[in-house]
Design a protein around this ligand. Sequence first.
Ligand code: SDX
Length: 382
Amino acid sequence: MQEKPTINLGLEGIYFGESRIAMIDGINGRLYYCGYSIESLADNSTYEETCYLILHGRLPKGEELEKFSAMMKESRDIPQNILDLIKDMAKTAMPMDILRTAMSALPAYQKKQSGNPDEENFAESINIISKSTSIIAAIERIRKGLDYIKPDHSLGHAANFLYMLKGTAPDSKHARILDIMMILHAEHGSNASTFTAIAAASTLSDLYSAIVAGICALKGPLHGGADEASLSMLYAIGEPENTSTYIDDALSGKKRIMGFGHRIYKNYDPRARIIKKYLEELEGDADEKIRKLAKIEMEAEKIMIERLGKQKGIWPNVDFFSGPVYLSLGIPKEIFTPLFAASRSVGWCAHVIEYWKNNRLIRPLDYYSGEIDLEYKPISER
Ligand code: SDX
């Protein structure tokens, strides 16, 4: 029998490929998309411009951004077949499962993009990115017994999502904050869902299948599902004065505090720092319930940093402060993770297209520790 090799559970610390899309400095808590710091993009860019950057590796010129944004707008509306599917599933299924299924069904009702592989890939990427927010808005309205609202092409991507969700155009502050939230969630290197999408694509499957694989992986509470799980934790804590006891009980029971910790960041997640800033900005005009959630978060942040920050490198991550921000924008918790998927769809598409340029089937090893050459006995003798 082969000697037992070193096993890197969860592929921890393993480089499986090379990329020019995101650089994550986990020690210093820094993040760059194609060379631009996340802070500079959050301050100056839009989600559409950031999508162009992530897909093409450079910022667009004026007319390029106009053309890209126009293509995004043309792709927003969703086919009646998908609306019918959403209507049918909305009675029993959760939004993330409906999004997964709708994305899986989408290609059946889309005319095949024509052109060379690159053009087809970019056109399909734009279709996926643009339609995913429309699908989520449709899911939320239909599950609440409301009608689907068609897109408003006078609005940018984030503002149009809020319009399709609520039926009224958002104020510019809310639209801008959601735009920034989508930029912050757009891309993050080879995280579990992006790696899953790449692994699916590495068999030379198609882009839609890879994105569906990414949605499946993102759903879990150890990954994208932590944003909803973190808010549920805040509700469970209930009052700011309960925070310390809740955290101590959880930690002594070896439970995870949702929204904290990261495989790469052993410092404050730079995205969490930015989201916290906007939470403080929104707090002023938020209702009492949201203000209380924010107070619990600030208390939990202080306690967790004291107890586990420096000692174990466990700091707030992108999912911690997101909940109350989304609630302040009128976005219910059941569509937090679907919205994360919609924002991250550009990162998934970009990494799949990049990987296909130097494709290698992903097929790691596992160490077999069972027995071999067992004698097969007829069932009457077992
Ligand atoms: C995202 O990878 C990405 O880039 C992901 C993401 C992206 O943009 O794509 O950044 C988005 O998924 C952010 C993470 C969201 N998940 C959560 O907030 C869930 C809570 N966090 C943890 O489950 C955990 O921190 C992970 C899963 C995120 C990372 O865990 P690791 O790297 O596998 O670390 P580990 O489980 O081996 O933990 C190491 C130690 C353990 O203690 P010991 O057994 O050594 O005593 O740290 C402890 C853990 O118990 N620990 C925590 C903790 N996270 C780790 N203890 C309490 N609360 C936590 N949140």
